[in-house]
Every structure is written in C-alpha cells, then in structure tokens.
Ligand binder design. Structure first.
Ligand code: GDP
Length: 289
C-alpha cells in the first residue's frame, strides 16, 4: 500500500497561517472512524493558538448509531470543543443548531457585529464540501472565492454573519499504523489511487469476520469465519461468480464489490473504531514519533 506523504509541510504551513486568521475550526470527521480521521497536528495548532473546535461527524448514517452516540459523549469531554453529527445538523434546514454551537464556542465574537470566522478542515472525501453545501443552501448565503487566497479557498458569508473559510482537501490523515491505513481506505476517506483494492479487501474480510460475522456469512455465503481474510476473500469472490478463464478468481472485481458493499452500508451500519479502543497498532509498522 502506498500512502501519500507529499505536500505535508506546505499544507501544515497553510493550515497554520489560516488558523491564525480565524476564530475557530470546524473539524469534519468520519463518524465511522473519528479518531483515525482526526489529525493530531490540528490539535497541536489549536492548542497553540487557543482556537476552539466544532467536530462535525459526517457519515453517521453509515455508522453504528450506538457507537456514534459514544463518540459524541467522548468528544464532549474535550476542552474547548463541541460536537454534532451532520445528520443531526441537517435536521434543521437552516443549520441553526450547528451555527449556534459555533457562536457558543467563541462567545467574545458573539453579540456584536463581529463575524465568527471559521475554517473547515478534514481529510479528503470526509464530506467537507457536503457540509459547506448545506451551509451555503441557506437563504442569502453567498459563496464566493476570496481574493488573495489560494484558489482552493472559498468564503461563505451567512446571514447571521458567520463566515466560513474552506481549505478543501488539504489535510492528509496521519496514518499511525497499517491498520489505520486500511480503515481509511475501506471507508473511502482516501483516494482510490492511494491503495491496492485487493489488499484492503483482504483486510476488510478479516476485520469483518471478527466484527460482523453473521452479516458477511450471509452476504458472501461463507461457512467458516475462522479462516484468514485472504481465504474468505477468495471464497466470497467465487460465491459471487467472479471467475476468470482458467477458474482464476477475478480479484479486482471481488475487491471492488466488497469495498462498495462496505461503503454503501450494504453490510449494515458499521463503525470501524470505538472510543477507548485499545491502540490499533499492528506489529512491525513504521515508527512515528
Ligand atoms: P470532501 O472531499 O471532504 O469535500 O468530501 P465531499 O463532500 O465531496 O464528500 C465525499 C463523498 O462522501 C460524497 O460522495 C458525499 O456525497 C459523501 N458524503 C459526505 N457526507 C456524507 C454523509 O454524512 N453521509 C453519507 N452517506 N455520505 C456523505
């Protein structure tokens, strides 16, 4: 598996510069793996600059609701932090609840004419644009490019004078272990070109055999879930008839099917991470001080 290391320093500087100019951050996280999609660098910069954070848990509709509720409780314990799921935020069409949380995080900016300036951060594909679109759909909201900033930055002015500065796709996940990498790939949070689908699907089958055995037994007609991931993968592909000439398994097609099933929640609403999980470190991964 090949993860992206590129552009890290540039992105870090850009994030730090923007953070200096805003009052708070909106961290978009994937509800199925919110800690793994959290970038520790953001926390570091926030503490340094004393910027509060609203954590928005996207894709809660794909996650196990009980686990998501536990994450909400977990993040509520953090200082200077508020948390809401996108699901919850979009129940009100005016996004009023989310904006209220923003204003509460920066009381010194509220009540006056001063706008709340926020930056939206999150790993690629986590749903930043989706959130921005929900905010921009509010009547009177203006979405405009801001002169003088990078092309990728956008400014949204909302009627209650909240201003959002978007920095799309700039925050790469910090991948602390191979397992984290696999989970990011499985969730679709990192791009297709960054990993080998077959490798990720092998991992997925092994993980699902432990965490959602009955679902995959039914879906892929598997009998013995004590087998390793690659064996389950092969059986699943054959059960689905993904066979090439010479009775070879069509690995690519099998992998795509499994990844799509997971991402579309065809296998049910599954969270890949729980609060206070034991550190999900595989042995022998590269060291990250
Ligand atoms: P960005 O790269 O962070 O801006 O991510 P996007 O907003 O483009 O979203 C990436 C993909 O995830 C899109 O296909 C969205 O429709 C989908 N997505 C975003 N948020 C949610 C969510 O809360 N639930 C579901 N099911 N899909 C979402």
């Amino acid at each position: 598996i090949q993860w992206f290391p590129g552009h890290m320093n540039k992105a870090k500087k850009q994030i730090a510069d923007t953070m200096a100019k805003v009052d708070m951050v909106i961290e978009v996280l994937d509800a199925r793996l919110p800690q793994i999609t959290t970038n520790p660098l953001i926390h570091e910069l926030r503490v340094h600059r004393q910027r509060p954070s609203l954590k928005v848990l996207n894709k809660a509709d794909l996650a196990d609701p009980k686990v998501t509720a536990a994450w909400v409780q977990f993040f509520k314990q953090e200082a200077n932090t508020a948390v809401i799921t996108l699901e919850e935020a979009t129940k009100a069409r005016d996004m009023g609840k989310l904006l209220k949380l923003c204003r509460e995080l920066v009381p010194h900016r509220t009540g006056g004419e001063k706008p709340v300036r926020a930056m939206i951060l999150g790993v690629p594909n986590v749903g930043k644009s989706t959130l921005i679109n929900h905010l921009a759909k509010r009547k009177l909201a203006k979405v405009a490019d801001t002169p003088g900033v990078t092309q990728s930055q956008q400014r949204i002015e909302l009627p209650d004078s909240t201003i959002l500065v978007d920095t799309p796709g700039m925050m790469w996940p910090k991948i602390a272990s191979n397992n984290h990498g696999y989970k990011l790939a499985l969730s679709g949070t990192i791009g297709r070109n960054a990993f080998d689908a077959v490798d990720v699907a092998w991992y997925a089958m092994g993980w699902l055999a432990l965490h959602a055995p009955s679902t995959i037994a039914t879906r892929y007609k598997l009998k013995d879930l004590s087998q390793p991931g690659d064996v389950l993968f092969e059986q699943a592909g054959r059960a689905m008839g993904y066979i090439l000439p010479g009775n070879r398994l069509d690995e690519q097609k099998t992998a795509e099917r499994i990844l799509t099933d997971f991402r579309a929640a065809t296998l049910g609403r599954i969270s890949l991470e729980r609060p206070n999980d034991p550190l999900d470190m595989d042995l022998g991964e590269e060291e990250d001080a």
